[in-house]
Design a protein around this ligand. Structure first.
Ligand SMILES: NC(=O)c1ccc[n+]([C@@H]2O[C@H](COP(=O)([O-])OP(=O)(O)OC[C@H]3O[C@@H](n4cnc5c(N)ncnc54)[C@H](O)[C@@H]3O)[C@@H](O)[C@H]2O)c1
Ligand SMILES: O=C(O)CC[C@@H](O)C(=O)O
Length: 388
């Protein structure tokens, strides 16, 4: 029986992927094999010794302490692309909210009491809410991954010119991207060319407060900045200075902060980029399926800290071993198995940065002694013996 401890509101379709004969799924579950979560912050959480994997039903993994997971051999999964369309559609709303005074106009209408001259009054006052059109303007997209590539293509469909920047665009994302998107060499060039800039990069040490005074100083006048990525990527005081000076027209963000709340030129949504039934289902189903394949077969798909690896089962007895990625560990592993006279039927080894991972199908059960010997290899982080 595998135990999955859940956090946050997860889609029932995702949770129903776990066959309850073999999986116990609940919040507050002791001795879990895996965590399944959305935005729950884990940086302050102790990890139980039984924990083998964490699956994020979403894209960003800044809520998970990856360094600690690496040290403890905990495999972290995310659900790339599963909520991208939901975010793209909310960005469209953000662009319209930034270009037309929809929100302010709605507030104005709601503030009016019943009056006989309503039509005439609205016709007189509506000039206060005149906006601009998206067509013909330039959209800058920073980060051209699953979401950014959809947003860039959307901009083109709206009749905008689109420029983009991504220092490490993946081959799949590049295939998705229209050739009409103009490539920029750096972040400053995006801001220098664009009327609207939409951020779609992860928060990392290198991207924290990336959008600050320097970048905003070189931006086009009247900039609309859209942040549906993470609050930490922008320097809020710098954004407020740009809004107050008139350099920036609006800041539209899915990440409300104490600094920006109440500012008349900031429009906040409550982190609802991925909050559609479809995206919640997609994310939870993808995360659950990846967890099950890992727990049952040791295969790894869409991990952010371990290599991608999958091997069809060739025998009922499978060993998986995580080890530090240094020379001669694989030799030691195969030597121990050979010393115990066990035949390796099939095996696969992959590495990623400082970690290596092995899937080894054996002809027979290795027994306690050989498992202890394998665990005793200095560079082995952890191992699992999987039955049929
Ligand atoms: N508002 C929401 O609810 C919501 C939902 C999903 C994702 N997100 C956020 O959006 C981010 C992007 O999601 P995604 O699914 O497109 O991820 P992704 O991994 O598919 O794409 C991210 C892209 O950013 C690029 N990148 C990294 N550093 C960069 C830099 N310094 N400058 C420019 N580009 C850089 C990467 O190369 C990658 O192509 C997530 O990390 C998450 O923080 C928010
Ligand atoms: O789970 C959510 O609602 C937010 C997910 C989003 O921030 C992500 O990074 O995928």
């Amino acid at each position: 029986m595998f135990k999955i401890r859940t956090y946050n509101q997860l889609s029932v379709r995702g949770l129903n992927r776990f066959d309850r004969e073999h999986y116990e799924v609940a919040s507050e579950l002791p001795h879990p094999d895996a965590f399944l979560l959305r935005s729950q912050g884990l940086h302050q959480e102790d990890f139980p010794a039984t924990l083998k994997a964490i699956a994020r039903a979403g894209a960003g993994v800044n809520n998970i302490p990856l360094e600690r997971c690496n040290e403890q051999g905990i495999v972290v999964f995310n659900a790339p692309g599963a909520n991208a369309n939901a975010v793209k559609e909310l960005v469209l709303a953000g662009m319209l909210l930034g270009s037309r005074d929809i929100y302010q106009g709605m507030q104005f209408v709601e503030s009016l009491g019943p009056r006989d001259d309503l039509d005439a009054y609205l016709e007189k006052e509506k000039k206060r809410f005149t906006g601009t059109e998206l067509m013909g303007k330039t959209l800058g997209v920073v980060g051209l991954g699953n979401i950014g590539s959809l947003v860039a293509n959307l901009g083109l469909a709206l009749g905008m010119k689109v420029v983009g920047y991504d220092p490490a665009i993946s081959v799949e994302a590049a295939w998705r991207l229209s050739s009409d998107v103009q490539k920029m060499e750096n972040l400053s060039s995006v801001f220098a060319h664009a009327d609207y800039v939409s951020l779609h990069l992860p928060v990392l040490e290198s991207t924290r407060r990336l959008v600050g005074d320097g970048i905003l100083g070189g931006a086009r006048n009247g900039l609309v900045l859209l942040n549906f990525a993470r609050g930490e990527i922008v320097d809020h005081p710098a954004v407020l200075r740009a809004l107050d000076s008139g350099k920036m027209h609006r800041y539209v963000t899915d990440f409300p902060s104490a600094e920006t709340l109440g500012h008349p030129k900031v429009l906040h949504t409550p982190h609802i980029g991925a909050s559609t039934g479809e995206a919640e289902d997609n994310c939870a189903v993808m995360a659950a399926d990846q967890l099950m394949d890992f727990l049952e077969n040791g295969n790894i798909r869409n991990s952010v800290n371990f290599p991608a690896i999958a091997l069809p089962r060739s025998t009922p007895v499978r060993l998986t071993i995580s080890n530090r990625n240094v020379p001669r560990v694989l030799n030691q592993i195969t030597a121990v198995i050979a010393e115990h006279e066990i035949n390796i039927v099939d095996m696969l080894n992959q590495s990623r940065d400082a970690v290596a991972y092995n899937i080894i199908d054996l002809a027979e059960d290795p027994g306690e002694d050989s498992l202890a010997a394998l665990n005793g290899i200095d560079e082995v982080i952890n191992l699992r013996l999987l039955g049929a």
